[in-house]
Design a protein around this ligand. Structure first.
Ligand code: ASP
Length: 423
């Protein structure tokens, strides 16, 4: 009880920090004189160091936590048949929700026509960080780690997931023979969960600094010409998050969507502040277990996988961006082009890492697939941060909804916990 109370306190504190950060940042942007104190000491010194420091602490947890919890999860599911069933269901759900997300995005964009009447040449282009795109064959092959230790060192999530599942399956198979190693991973898991709690207690300070820094650097003027594009992306994100997902949740599990959203809101707030799906993994697994009754057996596998391959929010931005850039450049897209966009944006979602701004990089793959100018990315870069924050919240909500559905289908959902009042 006291623990629940303390937790509730932390959630509220994170939201207050988010609001205070936005207000402080906006006030600084419009009213603070540009001088060494405000620019160098406060915003780029204090806010930057504390905000990034907190983000790094969260990122520090990810690789060891995913490795330990996934090994334990795979070992607990035990026989490969169940694991295969959960895996296939999860991937099918992930792909389906991503394709659905792009359709929503294309529909909204065609309704709003964000690029019609835009004079892109009047806007300044910023340098784009577009890197060479990977072929589909390479993307697929890249799932298999050549050297698991280098995957761990570089934080290649998909490769870590594959390696951890294999270890888990073998631990389940060898049972007593490998008890020591099994205990090692279990204790590693306990340590990482404790560390997560410790780092999370710093979240209000970290979130305040991250948000204050973002808002202080971004005036409303900077994105006025792109408001229509932003509006279209935000509308499509809302439809996906509060419409599509909740309908799916209700249809597949019968659970109350409003309760789900209420309980998951702090995780969304956290993803919004950090724009990093990966850093949200520990909090998401913890919230799903404690508040929704989703067994860690399922979530320790589906959440890291989702944070790596299921980026519905990102593909929504990409769908709207395609329509926006095509209209702004006066290029007509055919129905076949739209189908190509659905396919490539789904692949791009798999290839997008759960860290800030990567969605912009993989957008180049989608634009190139239908012959649109990659320079178009330069026009939307300036205002991408706020969209990145919002789409990250949608990305991780999609993972959580799919996880809850898969858990319910595998008798790994405690409905009493879900229905309990604590938020
Ligand atoms: N920031 C996003 C995430 O971590 C990825 C992106 O769209 O850039 O989920």
């Amino acid at each position: 009880m006291t623990k629940a109370k303390r937790k509730l306190g932390l959630t509220t504190k994170i939201f207050i920090a988010l609001l205070l950060g936005a207000v402080t940042g906006t006030l600084l942007h419009y009213f603070a004189p540009s001088n060494a104190f405000f620019d160098d000491i406060l915003v780029n010194g204090f806010f930057y160091v504390i905000g990034q420091g907190f983000l790094r602490l969260m990122q520090m947890l990810v690789v060891p936590l995913v490795l330990c919890s996934l090994v334990c999860g795979a070992a607990a599911i035990g026989d490969t048949k169940t694991l295969g069933k959960v895996g296939v269901r999860t991937v099918v759900f992930y792909l389906f929700t991503t394709a659905l997300a792009i359709c929503v995005a294309l529909g909204v964009a065609k309704l709003i026509n964000p690029g019609v009447g835009m004079d892109l040449s009047a806007l300044e282009t910023t340098e784009t960080a577009v890197t060479a795109q990977q072929s589909m064959a390479e993307t697929l092959l890249d799932i298999i780690p050549k050297n698991p230790f280098s995957s761990l060192a570089s934080g290649n999530m998909l490769q870590i997931i594959v390696f951890a599942i294999i270890i888990g399956i073998i631990l389940a198979k060898l049972q007593d023979k490998t008890q020591l190693i099994h205990n090692f991973f279990q204790q590693g898991n306990d340590i990482m969960m404790e560390m997560t709690m410790m780092v999370m207690s710093l979240a209000p300070i970290g979130v305040f600094c991250l948000i204050a820094k973002t808002f202080s650097g971004m005036g409303f003027d900077a994105f006025r010409p792109l408001l229509k594009y932003m509006g279209a992306v935000l509308l499509a994100l809302m439809i996906q998050c509060f419409g599509s997902y909740q309908v799916l949740l209700k249809a597949f599990t019968g659970l109350n969507p409003i309760k789900f959203v209420k309980k998951f809101l702090p995780v969304m707030g956290f993803a919004f502040s950090t724009a990093t799906s990966n850093a949200t993994i520990p909090l998401s697994i913890d919230t799903l277990e404690r508040k929704m009754g989703v067994s860690r057996r399922i979530s320790s596998f589906t959440i890291p996988l989702g944070a790596t391959i299921n980026m519905d929010g990102t593909s929504i931005m990409q769908g709207v961006a395609v329509v926006f850039i095509a209209q702004a450049y006066g290029i007509a897209l055919t129905p076949a082009d739209y189908l190509t966009v659905i396919a490539t944006a789904t692949l791009a979602s798999i290839g997008t890492a759960g860290v800030p701004s990567v969605g912009l990089v993989t957008l180049s793959m989608v634009l190139a697939s239908v012959g649109l100018p990659i320079e178009g990315i330069g026009f939307i870069m300036g205002i991408d941060r706020i969209l990145d924050m919002t789409r990250t919240a949608v990305n991780i909500t999609g993972d959580a909804v799919c996880t809850t559905i898969v858990a319910s289908q595998n008798q790994a959902l405690d409905r009493d916990v879900f229905n309990a009042e604590s938020v």
